[in-house]
Structure formats: C-alpha cells, structure tokens
Design a protein around this ligand. Structure first.
Ligand code: 5GP
Length: 165
C-alpha cells in the first residue's frame, strides 16, 4: 500500500505556549509541518529554494492560532508587516527548518512574510515577530516527527509501509 505521506501534519500544541490564549483571540496553536515530497507530488509541483535543496525532513509550514470550533483568525494587523531584520539571527535556522517549496524559486522570504502576515499577526499581542519564529523553530525541534517515526520503526527512506504500520 502506498504510504500516506500526503498530509499536512497538524500537531496540537497542548502547552499552547503556556499563554492565556483565550484572552488573545484564539484558543490554541497548530504547528503545521509539511513533507517535501508530498508538496512536490501535487499538481502545482515544487521548486527548490535559491538557498539549496531542502533537507529530507519535515519542514515548517506555519504556526497557526486557531479556535476550538475549527475556524481561525487571519491577517490581524496590516500595520505590522513582516520585517526580515527582526529575525536576522534566525534566518540560517529558518532556511533549514522553514524552506519554501513553491515556484518560482525564492529565498523563502515571501513564504515567511505570508505566514507572519496571515497567521503570526493574530498572536502578536503575546508573540512579537521574533518570538513567533523562535517559538515555531523550538516547537519543531521538540516535536521531532522523523525521530518519532524512526522510534516506531518507520524510516523516511522512500520505503513502503502498510497503513497499519
Ligand atoms: P497558508 O496555508 O499558510 O494559508 O498559505 C500558504 C501560502 O504560502 C500559499 O499561498 C503558498 O503558495 C505559499 N507557499 C510558499 N511556499 C510554500 C511551501 O513550501 N508550502 C506551502 N504549503 N505553501 C507555500
């Protein structure tokens, strides 16, 4: 059976960053990660970022504030656009852990801009831009999906596994 890699892995961050989310206009965060091969294996295709071929690992898609009813806030503050200079100490890590696979090839900045503008601004009262990207990087390291799969005997080596496995 073909392995079901074609999903966006949505991890409910139960800790909710230990913040009083409800009072900030959202209930919890999803840390959304994407498997590069799955993104490329869709009709839109993919392009490697100008910084090089992404690692064979899940990459961050975004850190998304959400509501318990399944809806989510978006584009909450057009007065606070993404500012690359605020995350200059994180960009080398972000290039590894948060690459953009969209075409045409980019240096990832447009993806980070989109994620901050659409999702990040909705938690800005508790996470400023730097804290938002830092939190996503830290949570990805904490929720090490490849390690969890490996612990379960599943190698991300192109092999096939049953759905049950
Ligand atoms: P979202 O899912 O956060 O609402 O929007 C994702 C947007 O980011 C899409 O417009 C998509 O074209 C753009 N994008 C750029 N790079 C990537 C990527 O690597 N993965 C995904 N899923 N979207 C990307």
């Amino acid at each position: 059976m073909k392995p079901n890699y074609s999903f966006l892995l949505k991890l409910l961050i139960a800790q909710c960053l230990a913040l009083a989310c409800a009072s900030q206009g959202y209930d919890f965060f999803y840390l959304v990660q994407q498997w590069p091969g799955s993104y490329c294996d869709t009709t839109q295709g993919c392009c490697y970022p100008t910084t090089g071929k992404p690692a064979s690992d899940f990459g961050i898609h975004g850190l998304w504030p959400n509501y318990d009813d399944g809806s989510y806030p978006s584009n909450c503050d057009s007065n606070n656009p993404f500012d690359l200079s605020q995350v200059s100490d994180l960009t080398s890590q972000m290039q590894v852990s948060w690459p953009s696979l969209a075409c045409p090839s980019s240096d990832d900045t447009s993806f980070w801009t989109h994620e901050w503008d659409k999702h990040g601004t909705c938690s800005e009262s508790v996470l400023d831009e730097h804290a938002y990207f830092q939190a996503a990087l830290d949570l990805k390291a904490q929720a090490n999906i490849l390690q969890a799969l490996e612990n379960a005997g599943i190698q991300a080596d192109g092999g096939l596994y049953s759905l049950t496995a």
